[in-house]
Design a protein around this ligand. Structure first.
Ligand SMILES: *[C@@H]1O[C@H](CO)[C@@H](O)[C@H](O)[C@H]1NC(C)=O
Ligand SMILES: *[C@@H]1O[C@H](CO)[C@@H](O)[C@H](O)[C@H]1NC(C)=O
Ligand SMILES: *[C@@H]1O[C@H](CO)[C@@H](O)[C@H](O)[C@H]1NC(C)=O
Ligand SMILES: *[C@@H]1O[C@H](CO)[C@@H](O)[C@H](O)[C@H]1NC(C)=O
Length: 458
């Protein structure tokens, strides 16, 4: 058994940009004139800390300076040619000691802070990789959500269990079979599968309390599970049948089931969590379904993303597939979800939601700035396997920073309906003189803004 633990916590930032200019690829660009330049740029916070030799390099602590911007950030991303340093254009200085360059390169905006970042914006990103006999990987973050990535070997099972909260699942790879029994004894079973080159994956949803099983089929199963509660490991969160019976006097179990206590002599005394199947599941799912006198569940706990057409974003630059209980996945009252594909160099527009948002990067490279209100903002870089939370109301975008590769990710909301507010739409549909005065731009510019929500802009 191997145990591997990798944890990354990105904490507070209070960036200091007094009289600072931005590092931007703006040669010959008239916009460059708006950037104020100073003779002696101050060091970025990380370089100062590196020189003091004290703090861990990947934690950015409070920085006691006033935030002042002389010019806008025009979107330049620091590049290092394989040698990441806390430098952005004319700002910052080189490390004077060793650094974890693999982490630095994945988090350039943490290493060389963009001048739009400001204030005390606290965000936590925590990932735990646990390799057990059946290779389970867990990640947990934020208050409203927890997530588990689980790998089940071919034909093996996850024991019957239920949760205090709703469960939402997406198959990352392989295939499996899920079953459930609802409060009226109605049954449910479905085969689930991961994405292939030509098809999208399946998702599933189990309401709080509904007991279910998960089994891998013969190609194995890797599953992303997300829950509407922040601490998956807290006592009182997940309940498993075998564990429960082992914690109950055996005579009581025998009496309850109406069987001789002797037939129960071998039940497991340790929670099996995952276990081997003695008989592989039949290829035809109908051969495995136990017929219930109450019939089957009226609303399936399962949604095949292949049955849904892509919605091409009005703004171009990509497509979305939205699932929620209000439109196409009626049982999923506590989770709305979106599969988003952003073309190279395109961007999910500036927007916000009235609930928390949890994201999981399936592939590609992204960059987002979370705006927390009151002059607080923080920029993050993402690659596949990363997760993040945009808390309720936080303004944000998601840019595909790869010029060649699409950016694909899942966005989840603890809500019955997918709702988002567009900054462009807000500006386009508010009185033009008000917007023009507020932003010191012309009314022509305001009236040229699209009134239809763009979602993604090319
Ligand atoms: C899927 O695409 C990848 C990358 O383009 C390729 O290597 C692989 O062979 C493809 N698989 C199938 C089954 O076509
Ligand atoms: C329970 O099983 C044991 C062992 O097989 C047997 O001796 C006993 O008579 C059984 N009791 C009942 C009530 O059937
Ligand atoms: C998907 O689009 C095709 C072609 O426009 C259409 O025939 C089909 O009904 C659509 N399917 C769904 C589920 O909307
Ligand atoms: C408005 O913008 C112009 C340049 O476009 C600038 O000269 C002027 O100072 C700005 N006004 C305010 C109030 O910032």
């Amino acid at each position: 058994m191997q145990l591997q633990l990798s944890r990354l916590i990105l904490s507070c930032v209070l960036a200091s940009f007094v009289g600072v200019s931005a590092a931007l690829p703006i040669d010959g660009n008239a916009l460059g004139n708006v950037i104020a330049r100073t003779a002696e740029p101050p060091l970025l916070p990380l370089a100062r800390r590196a020189m003091s030799g004290r703090q861990p390099r990947h934690l950015r602590s409070d920085y006691p300076s006033k935030v002042k911007r002389d010019g806008p950030d025009l979107g330049g991303i620091a590049t290092f040619n394989g040698d990441p340093q806390p430098i952005r254009g004319p700002l910052g200085d080189t490390f004077l000691s060793a650094s974890n360059h693999a982490i630095d390169e994945q988090n350039i905006d943490n290493l060389a802070v963009p001048p739009t970042d400001a204030g005390t914006c606290y965000t936590e990103l925590e990932m735990e990789h646990v390799t057990l006999a059946h290779e389970a990987l867990r990640c947990r973050l934020a208050k409203a959500f927890s997530a588990v990535e689980i790998r089940i070997s071919a034909n093996d099972d996850r024991e019957l269990h239920w949760h205090r909260m709703a469960e939402w699942g997406y198959v990352l790879g392989g295939s499996g079979r899920i079953t459930a029994v609802d409060e009226d004894g109605r049954t449910f079973a479905a085969d689930i599968h991961g994405p292939t080159n030509t098809s999208d994956a399946t998702i599933h949803y189990f309401p709080p309390g509904v007991p279910h099983s998960i089994q891998a089929l013969d190609d194995g199963l890797e599953l992303l599970l997300v829950f509407t509660y922040g601490d998956f490991d807290e006592v009182g969160t997940t309940f498993t049948v075998a564990d429960w019976l082992a914690r109950t006097p055996l005579e009581v179990v025998a009496k309850n089931l109406g069987v001789n206590v002797s037939v129960l002599a071998g039940i497991p005394q340790k929670d099996p969590v995952l276990f081997k199947s003695t008989v592989p599941p039949p290829a035809d799912i109908s051969q495995e379904i136990v017929t219930s006198p109450a019939g089957t569940v009226p609303m399936p706990f399962f949604f095949d993303l292949n049955t849904q057409n892509r919605t091409v974003a009005p703004g171009g630059g990509g497509w979305l597939k939205v699932q929620d209980s209000a439109t196409n996945f009626p049982v999923a009252t506590e989770f709305a979800s979106v599969l988003i594909n952003i073309e190279p160099s395109s961007m999910l527009e500036l927007h916000w939601h009235p609930t928390d948002e949890w994201i999981y990067i399936l592939s590609g490279q992204g960059r987002a700035t979370a705006y927390a209100g009151a002059t607080n903002a923080r920029t993050f870089d993402f690659q596949e396997g990363d997760t993040a939370v945009f808390p309720m109301g936080y303004g944000h975008y998601m840019e595909n920073i790869s010029p060649t590769e699409p950016l694909t990710f899942l966005a989840l909301f603890n809500a019955p309906r997918f709702v988002d507010f567009s900054a462009t739409q807000l500006l386009a549909l508010s009185p033009p003189p008000l917007v023009a005065d507020m932003l010191n731009i012309s009314t022509e510019t305001v009236t040229s803004l699209p009134k239809e929500k763009q979602f993604i802009v090319a």
